[in-house]
Design a protein around this ligand. Structure first.
Ligand code: IPE
Ligand code: IPE
Ligand code: MG
Length: 245
């Protein structure tokens, strides 16, 4: 029997998918689907904080998403800026700390500035860490770690034989964060799309059919309930008396 504290995942990561299909279904432009994807974020964040989730990571924009039509990308960047400004007071009031993970080098000065302001402005939040994955690519993140460790080895600051998983984890954009316990992807798609490939090694995966703009408290609680029913074994056998310490 799991203890009560293990029933609530410490870190939930969400691939917020289906905004475009939702918009199409409602006779709207794709970007309007993204706008309607903001309220579910507020709801999930509030619920996560109330239930004691400590880290909430949201996949908001992948590096591959730069390849979408220019007007959609522009609308998304504007939305990020608008939200960074408008949501800051409420995030601070809720004790939320924001951390942005991603490449960042393709952002306009405006987007970079707004996101840095949001990180700075919320740095004292201790209740929940909201991690925004924007211009995020898990493969690029891993390649950058390899590059950084290789640089250190070449400079004689690191013995290649000494490189272990901890070195690697400490050099990822997610350094210092626990791995996600639960990864949710909405809209019925069952893939990770270059999201937290290293970090989600032992995450439980949950794929509800609902499109992101229709995701609400009920759906989030259902996901947490499904998680609580899962039997996480981490490669060990079920009866722990048989495992070597
Ligand atoms: C997810 O919704 C949001 C982003 C990728 C920014 P989509 O825009 O991918 O929605 P679908 O998958 O086309 O319905
Ligand atoms: C993943 O969704 C990225 C985000 C939700 C931000 P996509 O809609 O871009 O992924 P694919 O193209 O279906 O794999
Ligand atoms: Mg999609």
């Amino acid at each position: 029997m799991m203890s009560e504290e293990h029933r609530i995942p410490r870190h939930v990561a969400i691939i917020m998918d289906g905004n475009g299909r939702w918009a199409e279904l409602h006779g709207m432009e794709r970007y309007e689907g993204h706008t309607h994807g903001i309220e579910p974020i507020r709801i999930v964040l509030r619920t996560a904080a109330r239930l004691g989730v400590q880290y909430l990571t949201l996949y908001a924009f992948s590096t591959e998403n730069w390849g979408r039509p220019a007007n959609e990308v522009r609308a998304l960047m504007e939305l990020f800026c608008r939200c960074a400004i408008n949501e800051m007071p409420e995030l601070k009031a809720q004790g939320v700390r924001v951390r942005v993970i991603g490449d960042r080098s393709h952002f306009s000065d405006e987007v970079r500035h707004r996101l840095e302001e949001l990180e700075d402005g919320t740095r004292n939040g201790t209740r929940l860490t909201l991690v925004l994955a924007i211009d995020y690519s898990s493969r690029l993140e891993i390649v950058e770690v390899a590059r950084e460790l290789a640089r250190m080895a070449a400079a004689g600051a690191l013995d290649p034989e000494a490189i272990d998983e901890q070195h690697f984890a400490d050099a990822l954009w997610t350094a210092g964060m626990p791995d996600p316990d639960l990864v949710i992807r909405t809209s019925g798609e069952q893939r990770l799309s270059n999201f937290l490939l290293w970090q989600a090694s032992y995450a439980e995966l949950y794929f509800p059919e609902v499109l992101w703009p229709d995701f609400g408290e009920k759906e989030f609680v259902r996901a947490l309930e499904a998680y609580a029913q899962r039997d996480r074994r981490f490669g060990l056998v079920k009866n722990t008396t048989h495992n070597v310490d």
